[in-house]
Write a protein that binds this ligand. Structure first.
Ligand SMILES: [Cu+2]
Length: 154
């Protein structure tokens, strides 16, 4: 039985594509670490109150001058005002006690989601003293529009 020329061409073309796709998968698997693209850290949102770090959210200064801020977002609050120094790296560690919230420090490029069960982390350095509003930019319920906090840079 003779296979038509065009059919042979398309069979080979499809075969080449399949080999190319599988090759791309194997190449990236062999050469790149298989891990999520950003910081992934989980915790149990039902036991947040007794969590060693998130049970008492606070601003902590490390010996090297950097600052770590833990934040638990919940409907419809970010907790007390956050006081941080200017010109020092400030690492924010966020989680949520209930639903997904946004955490946008207005006037900066700091913007992350607070997701129950996960820790979102980013580091930002404030160049000048001042006050920044924290806005929730993920709709989280009836009082979402009133969910604001404050970062005071000294
Ligand atoms: Cu919200």
């Amino acid at each position: 039985m003779q296979v038509e020329l065009y059919e042979r061409i398309w069979l080979w073309a499809a075969g080449v594509l399949i080999v190319a796709f599988l090759g791309a998968i194997l190449l990236t698997t062999a050469t790149q670490a298989v891990e999520p693209p950003s910081h992934v850290e989980t915790l149990d949102p039902t036991t947040l109150a007794t969590h060693p770090e998130f049970g008492t959210p606070a601003v902590a200064r490390r010996p090297d001058g950097s600052v770590v801020v833990t934040v638990v977002a919940s409907m419809f609050d970010f907790g007390p005002d956050i006081e941080v120094p200017a010109h020092a790296p400030v690492t924010f560690r966020l989680t949520s006690a209930d639903v997904v919230h946004g955490f946008q420090i207005v006037g900066t490029n700091a913007n992350a989601m607070a997701v129950p069960g996960y820790v979102s982390q980013f580091t930002v350095t404030f160049d000048a003293p001042g006050e920044h509003t924290i806005a929730c930019n993920e709709y989280c319920g009836l009082l979402h529009h009133a969910m604001v906090g404050k970062v005071i840079v000294k």
